[in-house]
Design a protein around this ligand. Structure first.
Ligand code: SAH
Ligand code: SF4
Length: 410
């Protein structure tokens, strides 16, 4: 594992002591010499076609063809685009690619969960590559893809592994929607002759991987526009959920401009505790966060806001907490998602006991809330919530062993 630098240690200590709200500067991003067309809007795609000399009257039709090949058929090279002329294909290949982020590892869990480690270009040649993870979780009635929005995260939630990572940068729109495409590639989930309208394996997207998506608003929005485009990847916005730790000013804007489902990482029922667990709470306390939820455009009983609540033993899991939670959410069309805490090496919390989680869940259920307990998935491959951390900050063999042991105890 990479030795932790003194600054990193300081960052950790400060966050433990409850001092540090956010880590500072984001790393730079330098696009590759041959840019990928993945992630551009239709208008941007037409601009690129203009740059390589496509006549104005042809641009719209050409962009439409490319869009279909990229997002319906999943073409990985211009060569596959059989209805585009040979000359045109050659010209495009001179300037662009349709590359997704590079897959450096694929792990399949005993429960079918799959995790991909993806390598992205870094700012400088001498710099370590930037890496993120993307996780596919198959269930009987759906397949959910958990997508990352940043390398690491500038926020320092005290129970989250990603928050301990120092290196942070925003992903581009192409790197975000590219994760959906990688899942379709690897799961053989593109439309073909046999399955023109067939069932897809990836049916839902949750922005719950690494990073705070509302801190990368424009790129996440552009990526979700492409993911939900009816002539392309075709995921309905009702099957896309953005999870935020509570960037209050961006919540109404997200609702108005992107209009996906919303999940809030609440985790505590009073400000003193939430300040500790989710330090961003010091900037945007619970009352302001819940007001933003009350006013979230499009929220209704049919389109409920999910409140995520991580179960931490002896910290936020008492029946009094459950009562307060129900009281706080009064008047908001809400679902509650209880997440058993997923431990990671060096974490200072333990997961609540199962009987406590059940009691908590029962109270919330009797108060009229659907309150599924999120089954931990892919723990053997470190794919569960909050365990994501890029391999560049690798675990030592001892840490891996400790983690496996923890995952097997409950
Ligand atoms: N940054 C966004 C989205 C990514 S985190 C957010 O915080 O909402 C996705 C979910 O996993 C959040 O609810 C987060 O609080 C939760 N989480 C983080 N670490 C966890 C851990 N170790 N165990 C269980 N859930 C965790
Ligand atoms: Fe960032 Fe979300 Fe982890 Fe908090 S829980 S550190 S916001 S990824």
């Amino acid at each position: 594992m990479t030795e932790m630098s003194p600054e990193a240690m300081k960052t950790r200590e400060l966050s433990r002591g409850g001092m540090l709200l956010e880590k500072t500067p984001l790393e730079s991003y330098v696009p590759p010499a041959m840019p990928s067309l993945i992630g551009l809007s239709r208008a941007e795609l037409m601009e690129k076609l203009a740059e390589v000399g496509v006549a104005p009257h042809q641009r719209k039709m050409r962009a439409q063809q490319l869009w279909h090949w990229m997002y319906v058929r999943g073409a990985q090279s211009f060569d596959e685009m059989s209805n585009v002329s040979k000359d045109m294909r050659a010209e495009l290949a001179k300037h662009f690619t349709v590359a997704r982020p590079e897959i450096v590892a694929e792990q399949v869990s005993s429960d079918g969960t799959r995790k991909w480690l993806l390598r992205l270009p870094s700012g400088h040649a001498s710099e370590r590559p930037h890496e993120v993870e993307c996780v596919y979780i198959p269930e009987t009635d759906r397949g959910t893809l958990c997508v990352s929005s940043q390398v690491g995260c500038t926020l320092n939630c005290s129970f989250c592994h990603t928050g301990t990572q120092r290196l942070v940068r925003n992903l581009t729109a192409g790197e975000i929607v590219g994760q959906v495409m990688i899942a379709r590639d690897r799961l053989n989930d593109w439309v073909d002759r046999e399955t023109p309208n067939g069932n897809r394996l990836v049916t839902n997207v949750v922005m719950m991987g690494m990073g705070e998506p509302l801190y990368n608003f424009d790129n996440v929005k552009a990526a979700m526009e492409i993911a939900s485009d009816g002539d392309g990847l075709s995921l309905s916005k009702r099957r896309i959920t953005l999870s935020t730790s509570g960037v209050v000013p961006e919540i109404p804007r997200w609702g108005e401009e992107a209009d996906t489902m919303l999940a809030i990482s609440l985790h505590a029922t009073n400000d003193a505790l939430r300040d500790e667990l989710v330090p961003l709470n010091r900037k945007y306390p619970i009352a302001e966060l819940l007001d933003a939820c009350r006013n979230y455009p499009g929220a209704s009983n049919a389109r409920r806001i999910t409140f995520e609540y991580v179960m931490l033993k002896g910290v936020n899991d008492s029946l009094d907490d459950a009562k307060l939670l129900v009281k706080l959410l009064k008047g908001i069309p809400a679902k509650i998602n209880l997440i058993p805490f997923n431990p990671w090496p060096g974490s200072q919390y333990e997961c609540s006991n199962w009987d406590q989680i059940e009691k908590f869940s029962e109270y919330v259920f009797n108060a009229g809330y659907s309150s599924p307990v999120r089954t931990p998935r892919g723990r053997d491959i470190l794919a569960a919530c909050g365990q994501l951390k890029s391999e560049t900050e690798k675990l030592s063999a001892r840490e891996r062993q400790a983690l496996r042991a923890m995952a097997m105890t409950d």
